[in-house]
Design a protein around this ligand. Structure first.
Ligand code: LLP
Length: 436
């Protein structure tokens, strides 16, 4: 997919660059991003809204992969940005991202984070709970500022990978309950405040979702509530944010629908509901993370040791693992991979790819068909672009890999590889050693 292909010497090429060369040049493990594919994914969302004549913001959920270069790419593509912490906000500012297109999420924003965001004059606060509502209001009052807010609601729908379940009573750490009176109370409070400008509501029903049923149901439930607010409080929203969660294909077992179809079906329902209650169609915001960057990322590893459990399994170990991709260990996530330097060779054996961390659960892929793999080979694991680097860690004091962007035959190092010095950079000694 994307610009990935096999070149004339049988190597995996991405963005017009030989990945085996990249591995030699930058070392392994190495994250590579197919920039053209990210652009294509972003444009496809935007194009669909435009073709439907709907005012929209497509906000990149930067938790999926937040670095200065990535945020700058999002800006180039005219995306808005969803940040969930002071660190992601700081990254956005360091990247020069337009503050008015930043939306600030999170269920426990600190006073300092809210203060920083008010100072930077970001576009919108997605308020999650009463504690935040009061703190934000007080802070704005003290500063003599007004900020835009959306209220995050939990519509009582939980979307799971392939299907969705209705939860009668919401049980989530996020948002105001839509059915239990919390959302009504929050709207009341926001409307009363002169310092908060209530734009509308937000909901996010889950992640890696393959169908639209959950989104449509959420929209329906929200509109039923909006109708009440219109009648009782004369409040009509200008914005409805339906979150992210659009699924991608990690392996052939996954069968997501295209971005355009999610958007078309959602907009259809929104129009239907607006008509039903004689309301204006609000501006629609969405927050894709995984579906913008997930399949654009590939991780390159060098193969090292091998262990045979006779008649059972071949463990083939790579020089990374759960420190650069925790998803298999955390969610039993599945991935596909090939040997980048033997991209045309037929599989000869089935092996299981182990990471190098001191943890039995550090397995990247079980039962992967591969050509005969040895210690000179480079393993390319696909679809690691979302929640790979962003959830990377230093378990076992393994330095985090570098990140390289590739596009049109050009490469660019956008995150340097961590060093062993970085591993002790913040450490302080047990006692000061004074040279006598
Ligand atoms: N908006 C909100 C409010 C969210 O909570 C999330 C993801 C997104 C947007 C973006 O969702 P996406 O389009 O990427 O599915 N670490 C997990 C995923 C956690 C998602 C958390 N929230 C994983 O690796 O699968």
């Amino acid at each position: 997919h994307g610009t990935a292909k096999v070149n004339s010497i049988g190597h995996l090429e991405i963005g017009g660059i030989d990945t085996v060369k990249l591995a030699e040049q930058y070392g392994t493990p190495l994250y590579i991003y197919d920039v053209a594919l990210i652009r294509e994914r972003a444009r496809s969302f935007k194009r669909t809204f435009e073709s439907l004549g709907i005012k929209a913001q497509v906000a990149y959920a930067s938790k999926a992969f937040s670095t200065v270069a990535m945020v700058q790419l999002a800006a180039e593509e005219g995306l808005s940005l969803d940040v969930v912490s002071g660190g992601e906000l700081y990254t956005a500012m360091a990247a020069g991202f337009p503050p008015e297109k930043i939306h600030f999420h999170g269920n426990n924003k600190s006073l300092e984070e809210l203060d920083m965001a008010i100072e930077k004059e970001i576009g919108c606060f997605v308020v999650d709970n009463f504690y935040e509502l009061e703190m934000l209001n007080d802070l704005c009052l003290a500063k003599g500022k007004q900020v835009n807010v959306l209220l995050r609601v939990t519509p009582g729908i939980e979307a799971h990978t392939h299907d969705y379940i209705l939860t009668g009573q919401e049980d989530s750490k996020f948002g105001f309950g839509l059915q239990n009176g919390q959302a009504d109370e929050a709207v009341e409070a926001a409307l009363k405040s002169k310092n908060l400008k209530l734009l509308g509501v937000h909901c996010h029903i889950g992640s890696q979702i393959f169908e639209t049923t959950g989104f449509l149901l959420a929209a329906k439930k929200i509109f039923e509530k909006l109708n009440g607010w219109k009648k009782e409080k004369s409040f009509e929203p200008t914005v409805l944010n339906l979150g992210g969660g659009f699924g991608i294909r990690y392996t052939s077992e996954d069968d997501p629908i295209p971005a355009s179809q999610y958007v078309e079906e959602i907009i259809d329902e929104v129009k239907k509901q607006a008509k039903r209650f004689d309301m204006k169609v609000p501006e629609i915001w969405i927050e894709p993370g995984r579906s913008l960057v997930g399949d654009a990322g590939t991780t390159l590893y060098r193969i090292g040791s091998r262990k045979e459990v006779p008649n059972v399994r071949q463990y083939v170990a790579v020089d990374g693992g759960m420190s650069d991709n925790i998803r298999p260990a955390l969610y039993q996530a599945k991935y596909e991979a090939i040997l980048a330097n033997k991209a045309l060779e037929e599989p000869e054996e089935t092996v299981s790819i182990a990471g190098k961390a001191c943890e039995s659960g550090d397995m990247l892929i079980w039962d992967l068909p591969l050509p005969k793999a040895g210690s000179t080979d480079i393993l390319a694991v696909f679809c690691t672009g979302a929640y790979g680097y962003s959830m990377a860690n230093n378990y076992n004091r393994i330095p985090r890999p570098a990140v390289v962007f590739v596009e049109n035959g050009k490469e660019r190092l956008v995150v340097k590889r961590e060093t062993f010095e970085d591993m002790v950079r913040l450490d302080l000694p047990l006692e000061e050693r004074v040279n006598k």
